[in-house]
Unconditional design. Structure first.
Length: 293
């Protein structure tokens, strides 16, 4: 009789069932992980500390000391000066619409390329890959001229259209590879049950691929939220600006001290941090599902 294979994680236990003692390598890896986490979190901690300092407190103690007393005038001043709720609404609108539309277009494109097996499939995927490699600076003038002609310049929909195309190009490239490895048995079973292509896509493929699509949605939202160059170029009026553009424009006017600048960075960071924490479990499940597929 064959001995059953050990369960995952059983290698950390001895034959008696006790956990094996940690080795020097384990402790070194743990220390390295802590150091990396501190380095990653340090800028956020620095912003958090200086957001609640007065300019006098900052001048006296420097950027690394905790504030002697909480100072909220920097946050209030930035909030009122840029009309932060309006800029926040613009960023949420643009990032939310782009992420949903980009995922939807990516699914439709990838279904045709990865499962429909269109002709010149490899060439099309390479074309989408090359589209992702184009620098944004090369797109500015032709896009500026085009949106000027159609009357969408200085309109949030110009930015939505641009980023939907950019993000869906990456999503198509990624999902085409995923759908290309989709089990044929599942598709054949759906066809035997009388499901057409549209039903197969929305009733079979999309539910199975939901973790991957959720990861794409989260990344598209965060990437679009943090974009700066294209919104700066196409959203020139104050009412249409996004949060990153509003922060940079106000800094360029030299109207903010260091503590107000930190407060503006904190306000711009909090929405994406909240969004990430809300969907953290979804992101973890999506990455894990992709790893064990």
């Amino acid at each position: 009789m064959e001995t059953p294979a050990p369960a995952p994680g059983a290698a950390k236990r001895t034959r008696s069932g006790k956990r094996r003692p940690r080795t020097v390598t384990d402790w070194l890896l743990l220390a390295l992980g802590i150091v990396v986490a501190v380095v990653i979190a340090f800028p956020f901690i620095l912003i958090l500390i200086n957001s609640f300092k007065s300019p006098q407190d900052y001048a006296a103690t420097g950027p690394l000391q905790l504030p002697t007393q909480l100072y909220f005038d920097g946050i209030v001043r930035f909030w009122e000066r840029v009309d932060f709720p309006q800029k926040l609404g613009n960023s949420i609108l643009i990032a939310g619409v782009v992420s949903v539309l980009a995922v939807l277009i990516s699914v439709l494109n990838a279904f045709a390329i990865g499962i429909g097996r269109v002709r010149a499939r490899t060439s099309i995927i390479v074309l989408f890959l090359l589209a992702n490699l184009l620098p944004q600076e090369a797109l500015l003038y032709p896009l500026y001229y085009m949106f000027k002609q159609v009357g969408l310049y200085d309109n949030v929909w110009s930015v939505i259209i641009i980023f939907t195309v950019i993000q869906s190009a990456f999503g198509t490239y990624l999902l085409s590879s995923v759908f290309g490895t989709f089990p044929k048995e599942v598709l054949e079973a759906a066809a035997l049950d009388g499901a057409g292509r549209w039903t197969t896509l929305w009733r079979v493929i999309v539910p199975i691929s939901r973790p991957t699509l959720a990861v794409l949605l989260i990344f598209f939202f965060i990437w679009t939220w943090n974009e700066f160059l294209i919104p700066l170029t196409f959203l020139v009026s104050n009412d249409n600006q996004t949060v990153p553009v509003a922060i940079s424009v106000l800094q360029g006017d030299r109207l903010m001290d260091v503590t107000t600048t930190s407060a503006s960075a904190l306000l711009g960071l909090i929405p994406t941090l909240v969004f990430f924490l809300i969907f953290q479990r979804t992101l973890t499940r999506g990455i894990t599902a992709g790893a064990v597929k």
